[in-house]
Design a binder for this molecule. Structure first.
Ligand SMILES: *[C@@H]1O[C@H](CO)[C@@H](O)[C@H](O)[C@H]1NC(C)=O
Ligand SMILES: *[C@@H]1O[C@H](CO)[C@@H](O)[C@H](O)[C@H]1NC(C)=O
Length: 469
């Protein structure tokens, strides 16, 4: 058996076995229940799936370690009413042919800079070295107007801002308005897998979470842009982890607030207590153990094992013909998706650019937030916390220190930024200009990047807001 497979098995055993059970029994129970609940209400399961009850039960068992008899009892009974409603062959055929129509799109295999040039924009590329030695790539579509800095989410990269295509990609829309568009790339993503000493094959390379992205990567990239333009401030737009890291930076290095004339938070993630993503929930109870294990086995990059991926695909997406398409990407398994806003023809392009890489510790850190119901620094466990922080419990980020103007964009169906978690964040921040709820109920986490109507539903408003900063 491969090291990686053993590692995944160990994690799952620890996360859901008695070891963790004795530490956080109620959160595990809550997580399993929530997991099953999410599955049976998932749009793919309910409309286009044909899961056999035994296969479903076996997959629940593999992923959650509930006894097979229990998963059999939960699975088939509650799923059957939905399966009987499925008669969507025509719809499925249409979607598959839409997907195939996009397969030859060369944007799927072109690099981000080549795509930007193809659509008639200039592009520049820079390298920035962080204080702790990571070499980050910055992409720029130069413009004479104010500088706007875009920061991607977990498993994303600068590519996130162009995959929606020249009519909808946020980088293009900003460039069309004359802005000087800068796109960051966090350490560990495909454009920033270099370090002055460490190679990505060395586990130490992956020893970071979004805390380090917030305290090292963002300041280095922001200072670079300000120096290059010889200005004092820029506008910041972040999606998902691009907002988390911003809040880390602005609270840990408060002098950076003065360098931000305004910040737009798309799907802001700081408090995680209501997260719906089954994967984040599943990983959450054992995440510090998960981190421990990855350290022992030297596995730091987030590369889920095929056996687990296949079980998750089956659980989250079912076995219908569409699954091959929709659930072939980890992003959808983690963040969910929304049929109504999915441009199936554009999926080959999305799949060509995402996921872009991340460390296990980034997931682990998010998972900790789910259990602590707080926005805290990484929990290394009591003893190491005392060494690192001087206290036993990992300290909370001091959001009172975030004084740059912030505009929060959120949506009802977001699996990772639940409206009540966003509300909790709003209450803690000192300078929230306003909040904007996307006027479309099914809008999900990744819709902020490549939904069919992302321009109409989100970016028009973003452009308006950014012009006031
Ligand atoms: C990883 O990097 C550390 C620090 O530079 C070094 O001490 C260690 O030998 C490296 N490990 C491997 C396997 O290259
Ligand atoms: C869907 O994606 C295709 C291919 O990228 C594009 O040509 C088309 O305009 C997109 N449709 C919508 C509604 O955005």
């Amino acid at each position: 058996m491969s090291k990686k497979f053993l590692f995944i098995l160990a994690v799952i055993n620890l996360s859901h076995g008695h070891l963790v059970d004795s530490l956080v029994p109620s959160s595990i129970a809550k997580t399993n229940e929530h997991f099953i609940e999410t599955l049976i209400t998932h749009p793919i399961i309910s409309s286009t799936s044909f899961v056999s009850s035994n296969a479903f039960a076996a997959a629940v068992n593999l992923v959650t370690k509930v006894p097979l008899a229990v998963s059999r009892a939960i699975g088939p009974i509650r799923l059957s009413s939905r399966i009987s409603k499925t008669n969507n062959i025509d719809v499925v055929d249409k979607l598959i042919s839409d997907f195939n129509a996009g397969k030859d799109n060369e944007d799927a295999i072109m690099s981000i800079d080549a795509i930007i040039v193809k659509y008639g924009y200039p592009v520049e590329r820079y390298e920035v070295i962080t204080e702790d030695g990571y070499a980050l790539t910055l992409f720029r579509i130069p413009g004479a107007g104010p500088a706007v800095f875009l920061m991607h989410g977990l498993l994303g990269s600068a590519d996130d801002y162009i995959v929606a295509g020249p009519d909808s990609g946020l980088a293009y829309l900003l460039a069309n308005q004359g802005y000087d568009v800068w796109m960051g790339n966090a350490r560990g993503c495909k454009h920033s897998r270099r370090h002055v000493k460490l190679k990505p094959s060395n586990a130490s390379f992956w020893d970071f979470s979004w805390h380090e992205i917030g305290i090292y990567d963002l300041p280095a990239m922001i200072d670079f842009v300000l120096r290059k333009r010889n200005v004092a401030t820029l506008r910041y737009i972040g999606h998902s982890q691009g907002t988390t890291a911003f809040f880390v930076m602005a609270s840990e290095k408060p002098e950076y607030n003065a360098k931000i004339s305004g910040m737009v938070a798309l799907s802001p993630v700081a408090f995680m207590s209501k997260v719906n993503s089954p994967i984040v929930r599943l990983l959450s109870p054992g995440t510090s153990l998960l981190h421990e294990f990855s350290r022992h086995l030297g596995v730091y990059e987030f590369l889920p094992d095929n056996a687990i991926m296949n079980a998750l695909k089956l659980l989250i997406c079912g076995t219908g013909p569409l699954v091959i398409i929709l659930c072939s990407n980890i992003i959808f398994i983690i963040a969910g998706f929304d049929f109504g806003q999915l441009n199936i023809t554009n999926l080959p392009v999305v799949f060509g650019h995402l996921p872009a890489g991340a460390s296990i510790k980034q997931f682990a850190h998010y998972g900790q937030g789910l259990i602590s119901e707080d926005f805290r620094k990484f929990d290394y466990g009591g003893e190491e916390n005392i060494v690192r922080y001087g206290v036993k419990v990992a300290p909370s980020y001091d959001l009172e220190k975030v004084v740059a103007p912030v505009y929060l964009f959120y949506s009802e169906a977001d699996w990772l930024a639940h409206p009540s978690d966003v509300e909790q964040l709003r209450k803690k921040l000192r300078n929230v200009v306003d909040t904007y709820k996307i006027p479309y109920d099914q809008f999900n986490h990744v819709d902020f990047v490549f939904a069919k109507d992302v321009k109409k539903l989100v970016y028009r408003k973003v452009l308006k807001v950014i012009s006031t900063f």
